[in-house]
Design a protein around this ligand. Structure first.
Ligand code: SAH
Ligand code: SF4
Length: 396
């Protein structure tokens, strides 16, 4: 077996800091101070950790604590979305997106279109925890979308990352670094509330990196995200869905990229379906230890001529019958590597209508950040210029 990569200091939890410091003969209280500097204040340079002794600061620098990622571009879209291109130590670039909630007049041009990124991942029927919610009063709530791999091995035919292929996993420190960098770029009056693992890569293929990042992001002494405001999106890795449910007691919200209601069409869009067909995937979802009043988000990318017929919507309605789900329809964002594209909006609405008629909560995810190529599946590799070809949707 390949030995596990050594843990980067940024990926240490407070108790691991205590152990690491004890080995150096340092006092335990510095553990919380260092964890605080990194995760609460976003300070990774030991030289700036003013309440830490000079000797320890030097030792931390020697150990490699310091910056591991830098922002090379910020593309700001007209709708407030910001795409950050982040360069890692080995030169690989990844992307992360800040999506401020849309508020005010005109925010929801059509009631059935969910224009609000945060709301799209909220469980709107869940009671908010007053202590965590207080921090967001009067603020613009921001959802950040993060990457977990450079490229992706799953090969979904409509996805830029899938077509590009897998390069490597991100370390947990690289996953968390995206949040530290993103948080530092928030505008006045904005607050990070939701994190979605929906950028480049399949989070559950990088299970260890993802799980540790989840522990770091939700630790109360650090970034302190509420576990129910963190959503992991997966193409359906069945054993890892069970593992996530066990390891986090069902507290992490789940989004499933379903995209089809039968094995034949799903396998044509997503090769992973051949390994874990629908029956197994649905059994894993039914076994997920759901928290009370929570729902699984079903993502359904509508691809013209592949999965967008009303008959498919009816099949989907039957397939999901009785399950606690809400459905997000995403008209496919065109990618350069494929001739596939979205259906026209009339078909999208007809698909939605069939699901709503069957009693489902079903939203159409409005494209956000389209003009900077920050929409789903458009997170491209290696900092190349956005590979989005001009495409006019008949209704846009
Ligand atoms: N690998 C994970 C998470 C990243 S992809 C997953 O597949 O769930 C995040 C979402 O974007 C998925 O639902 C994915 O199917 C969708 N997506 C990928 N490419 C897309 C495209 N070109 N247009 C619209 N949605 C896309
Ligand atoms: Fe990977 Fe998700 Fe893209 Fe599929 S949709 S190739 S799983 S990133």
């Amino acid at each position: 077996m390949k030995p596990a990569a050594p843990l980067h200091p940024i990926a240490r939890l407070p108790e691991e800091w205590r152990d690491a410091l004890a080995q150096r003969g340092e006092r335990a209280f510095a553990a919380k101070q260092i964890f605080n500097w990194i995760h609460r204040h976003g300070v990774v340079d030991p030289a700036a950790m003013t309440n830490v002794s000079a000797r320890l600061r030097a030792a931390l620098a020697e150990e490699g604590l310091g910056s591991i990622a830098e922002i090379v571009h910020v593309h700001r879209s007209a709708d407030g979305t910001r795409k950050l291109v982040v360069r890692l130590k080995d030169g690989a670039t990844i992307e992360t997106v800040l999506l401020p909630a849309v508020s005010g007049p005109g925010a929801r041009p059509e009631p059935e279109i969910d224009a609000d990124a945060a709301a799209a991942y909220d469980d709107e029927d869940e009671e908010d925890d007053p202590t965590t919610e207080e921090a967001f009063r009067g603020k613009t709530r921001v959802t950040q979308c993060i990457s977990t791999q450079v490229g992706c091995a799953m090969g979904c035919v409509f996805c830029a990352s899938g077509v590009a292929g897998w390069k490597r996993h991100l370390g947990p420190e690289e996953i968390v670094a995206q949040i530290l960098l993103g948080r530092a770029l928030l505008d006045e009056g904005e607050a990070l509330r939701n994190v979605v693992f929906m950028g480049m890569g399949e989070p559950l293929h990088n299970y260890d990196g993802t799980a540790r990042a989840l522990r770091l992001l939700t630790h109360p002494d650090g970034i302190a995200l509420s576990t129910r405001r963190v959503t992991v999106s997966t193409s359906g890795l069945v054993p890892e869905i069970a593992r996530l449910g066990r390891d986090f007691n069902g507290q992490i919200a789940l989004a499933i990229s379903l995209h089809a209601a039968d094995d034949e069409s799903r396998s044509a869009l997503m090769p992973i379906n051949k390994k874990y067909p629908l029956a197994e995937l649905l059994a894993a979802l039914k076994a997920y230890p759901m928290q009370r009043r929570r729902r699984i988000t079903i993502e359904y990318t509508l691809v013209s001529g592949k999965n967008d017929d009303v008959a498919e919507a009816q099949k989907l309605a039957r397939l999901l019958r009785g399950m606690p789900v809400k459905i997000n329809l995403i008209p496919m964002n065109p990618i350069e590597a494929s001739t596939l594209g979205p259906p026209d909006m009339a078909r999208v609405f007809a698909f939605q209508k069939a699901l709503v008629g069957s009693g489902y909560s079903c939203f159409i995810r409005r494209r956000r950040g389209d003009d900077v190529s920050a929409a789903c599946g458009q997170l491209v590799l290696l900092g190349a210029k956005p590979k989005v070809k001009a495409f006019r949707n008949s209704a846009s």
